[in-house]
Design a protein around this ligand. Structure first.
Ligand SMILES: NC(=O)c1ccc[n+]([C@@H]2O[C@H](COP(=O)([O-])OP(=O)(O)OC[C@H]3O[C@@H](n4cnc5c(N)ncnc54)[C@H](O)[C@@H]3O)[C@@H](O)[C@H]2O)c1
Length: 320
C-alpha cells in the first residue's frame, strides 16, 4: 500500500541523542497493511472466503494484497459496490492477476444494500467504501460474526465513532479479527522508531510534537448531466463531510494516529482553526482546505498539527 510522500511527522526530542543519530539508528523500510486473518475460516476448511465491499481504488488494492499473500488461502468470493462499472472493472483486474484465487460467480451485488449480501456470503470482509458508510458496514459485519479489514478513517462523525468503538468491543467478545488501514502501525521504520523511544529511551520523554499533512490536493470529479445530488456526492465523496470527514480525518488521520501511538494516549483538548481560502469553488463541496490545531494530552504533552490542500491536482470526468 502506498504512503503519501508529502506527509511528515516530527516528535520533538528534548534529551539525549541528536536527531541525526536517531534517524541513522532507525530502519527506513516501508511495509504494507497486514491483513490479520488467522482462524478466519469458520468452516475450518483452510480456505477463507473474502468479500470486497467498495470496489474502488483502495478496495481493489486491498483485495489484491490479500490474494497476493504467500501461500494465500484467501479466495475472493463476493463483491459489492454502489456502482456496477466500478465492481466490474475491479473484478476484471483482480481476475486477470489472481485467476486461481477468484471465485465470485454470480455473487456480485450492486446497490446501497450490497454490503448485506456480501457479508452473508463470506468469512472476512474488506470495507473500503467512502468512510461515511463504514460504521454501519462494520456493525453489520460484526453482528454477522465476520472478520474485518476496514480502511481508515473508520467514521466521519461522533455517532459513527461511538458505534465503531461499541462494535469493536463486541468483535473482541466474539473473538473476531479486526484490522484498520492505518498502515504506519505496520511499517518497520515507525515500529523501530517506537522501540527506540519506548524501550531504549533514546530521547527521553516526549514533551511535544508536530504532525503535518501538507499536500497538493486530491482528485475532484465533475457533476454529470442527469445525476441526482446523492449520486454526485457519492462520486465526489472527498468533498462532503458526511462521506469523508474532511481532510483532517480522511488523510491527516495517519499522522495524528502516529502522535497518539507514540505518546500512548489520545488528546483531551483540541483547539485551532481552519477554513477555505483557495479551494472555494462549488466542485470542492464543503470541506476546508487548511486546518491548524493544537492538541493537549492528559500528561500535558502538546502536539501542533497542520494540514493543507492548496489545489485539486486532478480533475476527472467519469460516469456514475
Ligand atoms: N490507507 C491508505 O493509505 C488509503 C489509501 C487510499 C484510500 N484509503 C481509504 O479507502 C477508502 C476508499 O477510498 P478509495 O480511494 O478506494 O475511493 P474510491 O472512490 O476509489 O472507491 C470507493 C468505492 O466505494 C463504492 N461505494 C460508495 N458508496 C458505497 C456503498 N454505500 N456501498 C457499496 N459501495 C459503495 C464506490 O462506487 C467506489 O467504487 C477511503 O476510506 C479512503 O480513505 C486508504
Amino acid at each position: 500500500m502506498s504512503t503519501h510522500q508529502s506527509d511528515h511527522n516530527a516528535i520533538y526530542m528534548p534529551k539525549a541523542a541528536s536527531r541525526r543519530d536517531f534517524l541513522r539508528s532507525t530502519a527506513a523500510v516501508g511495509a504494507g497493511v497486514a491483513l490479520s486473518a488467522t482462524h478466519a475460516n469458520a468452516a475450518g476448511s483452510g480456505e477463507i472466503k473474502v468479500g470486497l465491499i467498495g470496489c474502488g481504488g483502495r478496495g481493489s488494492g486491498a483485495a489484491d494484497q490479500a490474494l497476493s499473500t504467500v501461500n494465500s488461502n484467501f479466495k475472493l468470493w463476493a463483491m459489492g459496490d454502489a456502482h456496477q462499472d466500478r465492481l466490474e472493472s475491479s473484478f476484471i483486474g483482480l481476475t486477470k492477476k489472481h485467476k486461481d484465487h477468484v471465485d465470485v460467480g454470480d455473487r456480485k451485488f450492486v446497490g446501497l444494500d450490497a454490503y448485506e449480501k456480501v457479508i452473508a456470503e463470506c468469512d472476512l470482509v474488506i470495507l473500503t467504501t467512502p468512510p461515511g458508510f463504514r460504521p454501519y458496514h462494520f456493525e453489520a459485519a460484526v453482528n454477522a460474526g465476520k472478520h474485518v479489514f476496514m480502511e481508515k478513517p473508520v467514521a466521519t462523525d461522533a455517532p459513527g465513532i461511538r458505534k465503531v468503538l461499541e462494535m469493536g468491543k463486541i468483535a473482541d467478545q466474539k473473538g473476531l479479527k479486526v484490522v484498520a488501514g492505518l498502515q504506519r502501525r505496520y511499517q518497520n521504520c515507525y515500529r523501530e522508531a517506537l522501540k527506540q523511544v519506548k524501550e531504549n529511551h533514546i530521547i527521553g520523554d516526549i514533551v511535544s510534537g508536530q504532525v503535518y499533512w501538507n499536500d497538493g490536493g486530491v482528485w475532484v470529479k465533475d457533476r454529470l448531466d442527469g445525476m441526482t445530488e446523492m449520486q454526485y456526492q457519492m462520486l465526489n465523496w472527498y468533498y462532503f463531510v458526511w462521506l469523508c470527514g474532511d481532510h483532517i480525518a480522511e488523510q491527516h488521520v495517519h499522522n495524528l494516529d502516529v502522535a497518539n501511538w507514540f505518546i500512548g494516549s489520545t488528546p483531551l483538548v483540541a483547539q485551532g482553526m481552519g477554513g477555505r481560502q483557495v479551494r472555494t469553488g462549488k466542485q470542492f463541496g464543503e470541506i476546508f482546505d487548511h486546518h491548524c490545531i493544537e492538541f493537549t494530552y492528559a500528561n500535558g504533552v502538546r502536539v501542533n498539527s497542520q494540514c493543507r490542500h492548496p489545489t485539486a491536482s486532478v480533475v476527472t470526468r467519469e460516469a456514475a
